[in-house]
Design a protein around this ligand. Sequence first.
Ligand SMILES: C[S@@+](CC[C@H](N)C(=O)[O-])C[C@H]1O[C@@H](n2cnc3c(N)ncnc32)[C@H](O)[C@@H]1O
Length: 239
Amino acid sequence: MDWDSFFTVHQDLPREGPGAPEDVAWVCELAGVAADAMVCDAGSGPGGDVAALLQAVPQGRVVAVDKYFGDAADARFADEPRARGISADFSDLEALPEAPFDLIWCAGALYFLGLDEGPKVMAKALKPGGVLAFSEPCFFVDNPSPEAVAFWEDYPTQSEPAIRSAVEAAGFEILGTRRVSDAGWEAYFQPMEARIAVLRPEADAKLTAMLDLCADEAAAWRAIKDQTGYLLVVARKSA
Ligand SMILES: C[S@@+](CC[C@H](N)C(=O)[O-])C[C@H]1O[C@@H](n2cnc3c(N)ncnc32)[C@H](O)[C@@H]1O
């Protein structure tokens, strides 16, 4: 991966993966998250979901943790005393002074740990009865096309029943699931495509290759979105 070109495209985007404020509101209502809850946005990117999380917990706090974009999230919410961002690894959330959490929100990032490990790692930083909400690559059809399989490259993407089983095996009760909407995907892709259009006229060969890769990702998703996408999973840790 040409990381310099990657960050040239991705720096300052409003979000780094699909999602929408409606997803946050749905999760918090379903889970009965308290108004004064302590929340972690794990793999927050630049904090695209932090405003919706703050709205869902009007007396609570939100810590946005991201390996590469935590500082950007912190700067974005510099005037908000109920939120902070840190650049850190989310496999050690229990070490944060705000832990344990009532809610860990993890949009499009748990898959970096994998379905076997991810829920167990997050459980360590949750209060008993705390809630993990995450969006996970999922096949929505029994026989996805080669294009749909290729979309996730080497990630062992699964069906909803298999995802549920893995989460339950980690000691969670599933409260509900739903697909991340097309609007959520477009909220990620459209600002990225606007950035690509600005960068392309002056791009050198390396950057052009990255612009093509990013543009291809959006086009590929639009072609296979009925077969695969993100499943939003809401699960309560055993008390
Ligand atoms: C697909 S993006 C989603 C970002 C954000 N949740 C959103 O929806 O805009 C995945 C994010 O996970 C972060 N990430 C990956 N592995 C991580 C780790 N081990 N610890 C913290 N952040 C990580 C990446 O930096 C990236 O911002």
